[in-house]
Design a protein around this ligand. Structure first.
Ligand code: KIV
Ligand code: ZN
Length: 513
């Protein structure tokens, strides 16, 4: 679809790696960010906001790495309206195939008076000067008026006019605190589009937060008012209550194309794999009733609904699970399933694995199928994620044993192999088997991170179900996630803890932050 009678194409600016990463518990290391960026490229977003380079050397490094890899969409870096920020962002972005400098400055009275301690004239001047400076390096510059929804609309038009004059190609209207109402926000977008001097030279964008649960509604109201670009995140992660959820925006535009007369370039079949990837990387799960990608989004519980769906799917389903990448279980996979069926299922699930990994995952699938009658998609997904560590393994599990009971305390023994080939073995006592074994690992590794989160759940039903463990560890104010899966809960806990330890070692070794 192009800008003709069948509707407009709305650009999707994904900020999962910047605003999303700012949400509590969602921090990612640079290897994880690269994995996510590759998936976003496959998903078909127009721009990936890879980070805020001036905020930390780690952010700068990951933006640089992503800029060097991504070829099929623009890569943006956020900067305050300061030369030093713009220099840092450009240093990280200059290798990108399509770099974008994203400059911002607040325009609301409350931000200007209390946060910036600047007058409106100073803000207008600094915004234009920052865009002018950014244009020296990069032709694609976006300007965001932070807290735009609480700014004076005429002042917004004035600032946007000044930054467009300075060369901004996109002007962004953020509802930074998630305060706007859909009708009101649509009116603001329309007013600003119509009254910004030389507004026809720029694209209008919105960036909406979800404090009142209205981020997607406000984004769609903005589309109706003529917005060209929507900023959003996978699973809606982001500051406080989060950002507008990418998957909800994309499916609302696609399913209601008849009404909204717009679409995006996103491959909707990659939405569910993208959502799962973010959950697996951050350890932050989506609620079961989450639209589009939640566990229950396509589950029909009541008899009346089940009957209706069986008679005609559309009675209670406005989109198919397959259209968002949730594979239909056409075939049950079990111990008699062959490599071909398994490989096909992997493709359906959005995984492209190399032959070596396929070999390994297939062997693990067979072992699991021996224990369980049927192997679910969730089980397969867990096996793949487990076999493809995102960071190189400093420590590999060799073997372990625990001893526990109600009368005596618990003890654990573990043997790990370091990447240099040496083996280390340790026995430790603890308050329960997990505590004992984690203490033994800490002693081998020579660090004592704090265990901030330890969560265990079942990947799928049945007593032979795989246990999925999520852990979060912290050391000196920095955090790492780990995840492990096994039919044995102690083994899944060890795998999860070791993957977090390996993420920590990888970061600390490289001195990034
Ligand atoms: O919410 C916001 O205003 C932002 C800007 C920096 C775009 O994230
Ligand atoms: Zn934001």
């Amino acid at each position: 679809m192009s800008g003709n009678e069948s509707g407009r194409i709305i650009s999707i600016f994904d900020t999962t790696l910047r605003d999303g990463e700012q949400s509590p518990g969602c921090s990612m290391n640079s290897q994880e960010k690269i994995t996510v960026a590759r998936h976003l490229e496959k998903l078909g977003v127009d721009t990936i906001e890879a980070g805020f380079p001036a905020s930390s050397p780690g952010d700068q490094e990951s933006v640089r790495a992503i800029a060097g890899i991504i070829k099929n969409c623009a890569v943006a870096g956020l900067c305050r309206s300061r030369e030093k920020d713009i220099d840092a962002a450009w240093e990280a972005l200059s290798r990108a195939a399509s770099p974008r400098l994203h400059v911002f400055l607040a325009t609301s009275p409350i931000h200007m008076e209390y946060k910036l301690k600047m007058t409106a004239d100073q803000v207008a001047e600094q915004a234009a000067a920052a865009v002018k400076y950014a244009k020296r390096f990069c032709s694609d510059v976006e300007f965001s008026a932070e807290d735009a929804s609480r700014s004076d609309p005429d002042f917004l038009c004035r600032v946007f006019g000044a930054v467009i004059q300075a060369g901004a190609l996109t002007v962004n209207i953020p509802d930074t605190v998630g305060y706007a109402m859909p009708g009101e926000f649509g009116d603001l977008v329309k007013y600003v589009r119509e009254h910004t001097p030389q507004g026809e030279k720029a694209k209008f964008s919105v960036h909406v937060h979800d404090d009142l649960g209205l981020a997607v509604a406000n984004s769609l109201a903005a589309v109706n008012a003529g917005a060209d670009q929507l900023e959003c995140t996978i699973n809606g992660i982001g500051e406080r209550a989060g950002n507008a959820s990418l998957e909800e925006i994309v499916m609302a535009l696609r399913v209601r194309k008849d009404f909204l007369r717009c679409d995006t370039r996103v491959d909707s079949a990659q939405l569910y794999p993208a959502s799962r990837l973010i959950t697996l990387v951050t350890g932050v799960k989506v609620q079961p009733n989450k639209a589009v990608v939640g566990e229950n989004a396509f589950a029909h519980e009541s008899g009346i609904h089940q009957h209706g769906v069986l008679a005609k799917r559309e009675t209670y389903e406005i989109m198919t699970p397959e259209s968002v990448g949730i594979p239909k279980n056409r075939m049950v996979l079990g111990k008699h399933s062959g490599r071909h069926a398994f490989e096909e299922r992997l493709k359906d699930l959005g995984f492209l694995v190399n032959p070596e990994t396929l070999e390994q995952v297939f062997a693990e699938f067979k072992a699991l199928a021996d224990k369980k009658k049927t192997v679910s998609d969730r089980d397969i997904e867990a096996l793949v994620m487990d076999s493809t560590p995102i960071v190189p393994e400093t420590w590999k599990l060799d073997h372990w044993a625990v001893n526990t009971g109600s009368a005596l305390g618990s003890s654990g023994v573990i043997r790990l192999q370091h990447k240099d080939g040496r083996y280390e073995k340790l026995i430790s006592l603890g308050d329960g088997p997990i505590d004992a074994i984690f203490k033994a690992i800490n002693q081998i590794v020579g660090r004592e991170p704090e265990l901030e989160l330890y969560e265990i759940g079942a990947v799928s039903g049945g007593s032979a179900s795989q246990g999925e463990t999520m852990v979060k560890i912290a050391l000196d104010g920095r955090r790492w996630n780990g995840r492990g899966v096994s039919t044995d809960v102690v083994a899944s806990s060890i795998k999860a803890y070791l993957s977090a330890i390996n993420a920590m070692e990888w970061d600390l070794e490289r001195g990034g932050d």
